[in-house]
Design a binder for this molecule. Structure first.
Ligand SMILES: O=C(O)CCC(=O)C(=O)O
Ligand SMILES: [Fe+2]
Length: 338
């Protein structure tokens, strides 16, 4: 189903059975001289509709430049092309705050269908006190692991590009949260401290999905999973994907999976468990077994935020069958965990 384009001024059109709206937020981010109340209200209302159902939308007009995105994809491709031993040396099991590399098959979100993806997770660089540099840090806080920068494999440096993108998308997430706050009829800055304060947990994972030569079509749904069905643990996810495709969203009313076509220049945004209703009923081995292995101490918080009005929706990515690798970059804003 083709996506529906919505802008600040578009008339509200009835949604077909399932669609991911595309919302252009430029009128909110680059206003002249300031955002028009009408445009802002219209964007907030588009977000409200999308966040209620299906819990997914795409945003354009976000201000993250194509040049930065190109450098990011160049750097992550070069990273994944490193020898396996160099990547394994940065495994996230070595990190007290779960940052670093994960190999194909490490994560199993659907029983019997291990994820066919490799990833590399970073977060905000925070150094604590004491000899181990961990004093005073909370769960999930700490330093990133980085590959050596001296091999000349990534012009400009992997770390520099990743951190530049991380800061840009972290700031963008605050703007999206401001629109989400308005969509809930809250004060615009309501979520600022939760999602952009020093202790807010924000993580970014770059991903490579190797191609599969089996489509797995048949009576049972055994298509190879790039990432198995799950909802995101945090509050809001902003995903950049390349043009290969494979991301699918589960639409509860019809109990059907729907492909999200890559839209050039767009972020896919989805509501996470912390903001949304818990949708844990489809996959018997519940996919909410914490993508990021964080305890669910925050469940009361999410109810306070949205009164369960917003939806965290199951999604998955199938392995590419085009013979090409697929790359994506997921940014998770998990807010304050306590
Ligand atoms: O790569 C994708 O399309 C989806 C990634 C995802 O859902 C995740 O990392 O939580
Ligand atoms: Fe996800």
């Amino acid at each position: 189903m083709p996506p529906i384009r919505q802008t600040a001024t578009a008339e509200t059109t009835p949604l077909p059975l399932f669609a991911i709206p595309i919302i252009d937020i430029a009128a909110y981010l680059s206003p002249s001289p300031s955002p028009s109340p009408t445009a802002t209200a219209s964007l907030a209302s588009s977000i409200r509709a999308a966040a209620t159902s299906p819990g997914f939308f795409q945003i354009t007009g976000h201000g993250i430049s194509p040049a930065l995105r190109d450098r990011l994809f160049g750097a992550l491709k070069a990273f994944f092309a490193l020898p396996q031993a160099a990547k394994a040396a940065l495994h996230r099991d070595n990190s007290p705050c779960l940052r670093g590399y994960e190999a194909v098959g490490d994560q199993v979100l659907e029983e019997g269908l291990p994820d066919r993806k490799e990833g590399f997770m970073i977060g905000q660089e925070l150094v604590g006190t004491g000899e181990d540099g961990l004093g005073g840090l909370r769960f999930g806080q700490g330093a990133n692991q980085w590959p050596g920068e001296d091999e000349g494999w990534c012009p400009g440096g992997f770390k520099a590009v990743m951190m530049e993108y991380f800061e840009a998308v972290r700031l963008l997430s605050r703007s999206v949260f401001r629109l989400v706050a308005l969509s809930l009829e809250l004060e615009e800055g309501f979520f600022d401290r939760f999602v952009y304060g020093r202790d807010a947990i924000t993580m970014c994972r770059v991903l490579r999905y190797p191609p599969s030569n089996t489509t797995g079509r048949g009576p049972t749904d055994t298509k190879p999973r790039g990432i198995g069905a799950h909802t995101d643990f945090g509050a809001l996810t902003l995903l950049l994907q390349d043009d290969v495709g494979g991301l699918e969203v589960f639409y509860r009313p019809s109990e059907t999976w729907h492909a999200i076509q890559p839209v050039p220049d767009a972020f896919v945004v989805n509501i996470g468990d912390m903001m949304g209703e818990f949708h844990c009923y489809l996959v018997p081995a519940c996919p909410n077994r914490q993508q990021h292995q964080v305890p669910f101490a925050h469940k009361a918080e999410k109810e306070r935020w949205t009164n369960d009005k917003y939806t965290s929706t199951l999604h998955r990515a199938l392995s590419p069958v085009s013979g090409k690798d697929r790359y994506s970059v997921a940014f998770f804003n998990e807010g304050l965990l306590d």
